[in-house]
Design a protein around this ligand. Structure first.
Ligand code: GTP
Ligand code: MG
Length: 503
C-alpha cells in the first residue's frame, strides 16, 4: 500500500500489553469526580437508590454484552468486572479491554439515565476511569471481591452514622469528631441508641453492595401432550445484594469462578503497575466499535456524513478544553487521536450528550462505544510521521469510498464496484471520478479528504489586563478545528503545538 512508509510507527511504537494468561482479569471502573457529579444532580445522601440502580442496570448490560464477564461487584461510583480466567477477549490486550469496558459502561449510563431519573436532566457528561488487575488463583480473586465488600461495609456504616448525625443537627465537623476512632460495634450502638436504627435492617443494597452474575433459573418452555410443564434451566443475569465474603455464596454458585484447565504453580504478582515511558509523546487513538452498524441504524450519509464528523470534532474540541495536557487531536471517519492517557469514557459521554444538539431530529438508537489504544512516540519526528500515516489512511480510504459510492449510486452493485476499483492507483481513481462523474476529487470538502485537526490557536494576540500599569498582557487561546495537510509546513507554521505550550 502507498502508505506503508509511515506504518512502522504503529507496528513499532504501539503501547499495548497483553495481560498474563491463566489469571482472572478484573476491570475496576470508578466514576471521575463523582463527589461533584452527585452534588450537582442532588443525589440523596449517603445512598441514592436510583443512582445505584442505574449503576446496576449498566453492569447488567455489560454482562449481557460481554459473555466473558462472569461476575461484577458494585458499590458507590465503582464497579468491578471479573473476566473468566481463560478469557481470550481481544487476546487479553489491556488497552482494548479497558477502553471497551469503560466506554460501553459510560454509554449505558448516559442512555439509561432518563429511565432512573425521569425528572432530572443530565447536567454534565459523566465519565469513568478504569484499571485492570490480574488475580492468579481462586483465593486471590475471592479475596479481592471480599476486600471490596468489606470496604463497602466500612464506608456505608460510617456514612450512615455521619449523615444521621448531620441530619439530627450536628455540624459536619462535629459529626466527624463524634465518629473518630469508633469501632464497628460502637457505630451500631450509636445508631441503635441515638436513632433507634438497627443497622442490619438498612437496605441490603447499601450494606452489601450489588453482585451481578448469571443465575441458573428454571423456565417453563412449553407443555407436553399430557399438560405437564417442560422446564429448561437457563442462565439469567441477576442482581443480588448478598454476602460474598463467606464461602456459602461461592459454594452455591461454583459455575461463576470455575478454574481453567491450566494451573500456574508460580503465583504471579497481582498488581502490575504499568506506566507509560517518560519523555514520550503519548497518543491515544480512539476508534468507534461496530460503527458500520451504528451509522446504518442512524442513517448516516455515505461515504461521509458531515454532521456525524462535526459531532466527533465537537467532542474532541471539548476534550481539549478540559485537558490542558492534550496538545493536538486528529481524526477522520470514526477515529480520533488524542494526546493523553485513556479518554474513551469522556469521549463517549461527550459524544452522547452532544448528540441531541447536532442531530435534533435523530434519536440515538444504540449506545456508541469507543475503544482506545495508546502509542508512545519518543521523538517529535515519529509523532509527526504517525499523524501523517493517519492522514494518508484518511486520503486513501476516502478516495476509495467516494468512488465506490458514486459507482453504487450510478447503478452498479456493491460487488461490481469493488471489482472495478480492485488494484487501481490513486490517479486511476481520480480519473474515474472525473471521466465518469465529472468530479474533481480535489474539490470535495476538505473535512472528508484531510480529516480534522484540532489544536489551540492564539485568538487575541494580546489583551490589556485591566488596571495593570506595566502593561501586563493576557493571551486568549481557543480550540480550533481545521482540515489541513499535516506536512512539515503545517508544523513550521504552528510551532507552539509541539512546544507543549500550556494554556
Ligand atoms: P475520583 O474518583 O478520584 O475522580 O473522585 P470522586 O469524587 O469520584 O470520589 P470517590 O470515587 O473517592 O468517591 C465517590 C464519591 O461519589 C463519594 O465520595 C460521594 O461523594 C459520591 N457518591 C457516590 N455514590 C453516591 C450516592 O449514592 N449518593 C451521594 N450523595 N453521593 C454519592
Ligand atoms: Mg470516583
Amino acid at each position: 500500500m502507498a502508505n506503508s512508509e509511515y506504518e512502522y510507527v504503529k507496528r513499532e511504537f504501539e503501547f499495548d500489553r497483553r495481560l498474563p494468561p491463566s489469571n482472572w482479569i478484573v476491570v475496576r471502573i470508578d466514576g471521575c469526580h463523582f463527589h461533584r457529579f452527585s452534588k450537582i444532580h442532588a443525589f440523596e445522601k449517603p445512598n441514592d437508590e436510583n443512582a445505584l440502580r442505574l449503576m446496576n442496570a449498566c453492569a447488567t448490560a455489560m454482562l449481557e454484552k460481554f459473555p466473558d464477564i462472569v461476575f461484577a461487584y458494585g458499590v458507590s461510583d465503582e464497579y468491578s468486572f471479573v473476566f473468566r480466567e481463560e478469557t481470550e477477549f481481544y487476546h487479553r490486550r489491556e488497552s482494548k479491554i479497558l477502553s471497551l469496558c469503560v466506554s460501553y459502561f459510560t454509554s449505558m449510563y448516559v442512555m439509561k439515565w432518563k429511565d432512573f431519573f425521569p425528572n432530572k436532566e443530565l447536567k454534565e457528561p459523566p465519565y469513568f476511569d478504569a484499571r485492570a488487575v490480574c488475580y492468579p488463583n481462586l483465593k486471590t480473586i475471592r479475596d479481592y471481591l471480599a476486600w471490596r465488600q468489606v470496604d463497602c461495609h466500612i464506608n456505608n456504616q460510617y456514612n450512615t452514622c455521619f449523615w444521621m448525625l448531620v441530619k439530627s443537627g450536628k455540624g459536619e465537623q462535629e459529626a466527624q469528631l463524634a465518629l473518630k476512632g469508633t469501632y464497628s460495634k460502637d457505630k451500631n450502638e450509636l445508631l441503635a441508641q441515638q436513632f433507634q436504627i438497627n443497622y442490619d435492617d438498612e437496605p441490603a443494597m447499601f450494606r452489601k453492595g450489588s453482585s451481578v452474575y448469571r443465575e441458573r433459573v428454571e423456565t417453563k418452555v412449553k407443555t407436553d401432550d399430557y399438560g405437564n410443564p417442560i422446564k429448561r434451566t437457563q442462565l439469567k443475569v441477576t442482581v443480588a445484594h448478598v454476602d460474598i465474603i463467606g464461602s456459602d455464596f461461592w459454594e452455591n454458585h461454583q459455575h461463576i469462578l470455575r478454574e481453567g484447565k491450566f494451573r500456574h504453580e508460580y503465583v504471579k504478582k497481582s498488581d502490575i503497575n504499568r506506566m507509560l515511558p517518560p519523555c514520550n509523546w503519548i497518543v491515544v487513538r480512539i476508534n468507534a466499535c461496530q460503527f458500520d452498524q451504528f451509522s446504518r441504524i442512524h442513517s448516516f450519509d455515505k461515504p461521509n456524513d458531515e454532521t456525524a464528523l462535526r459531532l466527533m470534532n465537537a467532542s474532541a474540541s471539548m476534550m481539549m478544553e478540559r485537558y490542558p495536557d492534550m496538545v493536538f487531536c486528529y481524526g477522520f471517519s470514526n477515529e480520533f487521536s488524542l494526546i493523553l492517557s485513556s479518554c474513551s469514557s469522556y469521549f463517549t459521554s461527550l459524544y452522547m450528550t452532544k448528540w441531541k444538539e447536532v442531530f435534533p431530529h435523530k434519536e440515538l438508537m444504540q449506545p456508541p462505544c469507543f475503544e482506545a489504544e495508546a502509542l508512545c512516540c519518543p521523538k517529535l519526528k515519529i509523532l509527526c510521521e504517525y499523524l501523517s500515516w493517519r492522514q494518508a489512511e484518511c486520503h486513501s480510504g476516502n478516495q476509495y469510498n467516494t468512488c465506490f459510492w458514486m459507482l453504487v449510486k450510478s447503478g452498479k452493485s456493491e460487488k461490481e464496484a469493488h471489482e472495478i476499483l480492485k488494484g487501481t492507483l490513486s490517479k486511476d481513481k481520480n480519473e474515474l471520478l472525473f471521466q465518469q462523474f465529472q468530479m474533481n476529487y480535489n474539490n470535495e470538502p476538505a473535512i472528508f479528504r484531510k480529516g480534522s485537526c484540532i489544536y489551540r490557536q492564539k485568538m487575541k494576540e494580546l489583551a490589556e489586563v485591566e488596571g495593570s500599569e506595566n502593561g501586563t498582557r493576557r493571551e486568549q487561546w481557543d480550540v480550533t478545528v481545521d482540515h489541513l495537510d499535516m506536512g512539515p509546513e503545517f508544523w513550521r507554521r504552528h510551532p507552539w503545538i509541539t512546544n507543549s505550550i500550556h494554556v
